[in-house]
Design a protein around this ligand. Structure first.
Ligand SMILES: Cc1cc2nc3c(=O)[nH]c(=O)nc-3n(C[C@H](O)[C@H](O)[C@H](O)COP(=O)(O)OP(=O)(O)OC[C@H]3O[C@@H](n4cnc5c(N)ncnc54)[C@H](O)[C@@H]3O)c2cc1C
Length: 472
């Protein structure tokens, strides 16, 4: 009997329309433009509707992928959206930033013989269609849920994807939620880290507004461990969730790193994104514009910083990385997009020291060539310096993107919280509860810097336990 399997595998994946590189390197508009309805129908048609959909097991929040794609195939976009929302509270965000090639799409059976179904792009299409169709309702508030009853309430500290998800779970169950966020805008890394050309600010604002309509209150400029105390919140609220991320930058530790013109990627991206420096002259935020920019590191954050620097007017942007392209932790798509836009990659190079002028302004960096030796503890081949290979590169802005660790403010002020050896909050994996009864935690502050979807999964798990405990 003839099956349709080979046919589907032979149909190529529908490409994502993008802004041309030469245009987009000068603007902050979204790079990936999204599928049209026709494209989405074509791509959804490639899904084989497997009896046992392996893709679901690759998704940290187990979105019923086969089922939502079936609804797209039938043209029922509202139904597709409702299915996604059963497990994913931020589909428009995840459709844009999840590393699907390492998650759901890596399990797609079509990928064995050809290209996997573009699950992330379909998720984005469904979410964007829903947002467009409900824009009026959201403005007028006609889809607002009933206000919480019963006087039960929870507090979430931080407003990144982990807290937003936890807040959503609790609010949907009818529990009042207060979110306390240190910054002046909610959204966490989605707002202050990931640039608008990958994740438009309006997408995050829509999700946050959706939560507001379910009765979640955001208290901005409130710092857990300073202006609000975890133990006090635990007494006042039925449960507390801590989702403060891991935003403390790691530096290179080489001489000259305190020169004017050397910044962490976090600071640079926060000034540009949260401070709206990209919207000059409407926002006159100092953003350290560089003409010859050097970015250290090769993860997604490094790619975001390099591509942001191009858009802020740099003539030349170099990503300096001590290993090779094969070891780069960034998503392949991000590296390709950066390269298309003109970012140059200086691989097998490591900084020795930064050099400044008489006003202590950065003017160059001294680098050394490296070669790869045996694998180290991370499993990647260890970079070894090549003696006598030092060279100097002119640069007026250096951005350090080596990763982050836990911020100590809340942790030091709350000694009751048990931490692990790496300085992150220890939790019961099943419930999300910390060593403080009634206080839960999740996201980067538990795992270290990870992904949006993992943070959401943790927020969901903790939220479900909180609801069960409170409502029985
Ligand atoms: C530049 C960049 C790009 C990234 N790109 C991707 C990507 O493409 N795909 C992906 O999956 N992941 C990406 N990540 C990782 C992802 O964004 C994080 O894993 C995720 O946001 C973690 O969510 P969270 O809720 O734990 O914390 P966060 O998003 O970090 O949010 C924590 C929030 O808590 C607030 N806060 C901190 N301390 C306090 C306090 N004491 N009191 C009150 N509030 C506090 C912070 O201001 C922040 O708003 C990226 C990260 C960065 C930095």
């Amino acid at each position: 009997m003839e099956t349709n399997k080979p046919k589907k595998a032979a149909v190529p994946r529908t490409p994502m329309p993008c802004q041309p590189p030469e245009e987009r390197r000068h603007n902050f508009k979204e790079v990936a433009l999204g599928y049209t309805r026709e494209m989405a129908m074509t791509e959804a048609g490639r899904c084989m509707q497997c009896k046992k959909p392996l893709c679901v097991s690759g998704c940290p929040v187990e979105v019923p992928i086969r089922d939502f794609i079936r609804e797209i195939q039938a043209g029922n976009l509202d139904a597709a959206y409702r299915i996604i929302k059963t497990t994913n509270s931020l589909p428009a965000v995840c459709g844009r930033v999840c590393p699907q090639e390492r998650q759901c799409e890596s399990k797609c059976i079509l990928g064995k013989k050809g290209e996997a179904v573009a699950i992330g792009r379909l998720e984005r299409f469904v979410a964007d269609s829903y947002i467009a169709s409900t824009a009026c309702e959201q403005v007028t508030g006609t889809n607002a849920c009933a206000m919480p009853a019963g006087g039960r309430k929870v507090a979430c500290i931080g407003s990144g994807p982990s807290s937003l998800t936890c807040a959503g779970v609790c609010a949907t169950a009818g529990i009042k939620v207060d979110v306390f966020e240190a910054l002046h805008e909610p959204g966490g890394v989605l707002i202050y880290g990931i640039p608008a050309f990958r994740l438009p600010k309006g997408v995050v604002a829509t999700e946050v507004n959706g939560l507001r309509q379910t009765g979640v209150d955001f208290h901005l400029n409130h710092v857990g461990g300073r202006t609000v105390d975890v133990a006090e919140l635990a007494r006042e609220y039925d449960a507390v969730f801590i989702g403060v991320g891991a935003g403390l930058p790691i530096f290179l530790g080489v001489p000259g790193e305190n020169l004017v013109g050397v910044l962490s990627a976090n600071e640079y991206l926060t000034r540009v994104n949260l401070g709206r420096a990209y919207d000059f002259p409407n926002y006159d935020t100092p953003a350290a514009p560089g003409k010859r920019v050097t970015v250290f590191g090769a993860g997604n954050v490094a790619m975001d910083a390099a591509r942001t620097a191009l858009r802020m007017g740099a003539d030349e942007v170099h990503v300096v990385y001590r290993r090779t392209r094969a070891e780069m932790p960034a998503r392949v798509e991000e590296v390709e997009h950066a390269e298309e836009e003109g970012v140059q990659f200086d691989i097998l190079s490591a900084p020795l020291h930064f050099n400044g002028d008489e006003n202590l302004r950065l003017k160059s960096v001294t680098l050394q060539k490296m070669q790869l030796g045996e694998p180290d503890a991370s499993g990647r081949r260890r970079p070894l310096p090549i003696p006598g290979s030092e060279y100097e590169m002119a640069t007026d802005l250096a951005i350090v993107a080596l990763g982050t660790r836990s911020n100590p403010i809340l942790l030091q002020a709350t000694p009751e919280l048990k931490l692990n050896k790496r300085g992150y909050i220890e939790i019961n994996e099943e419930t999300g509860e910390t060593s403080m009864p009634g206080v839960f935690a999740g996201g980067d502050i538990v795992t270290g810097s990870a992904t949006v979807i993992l943070a959401m999964g943790a927020g969901r798990r903790a939220g479900q336990t909180m609801v069960k405990r409170i409502l029985g």
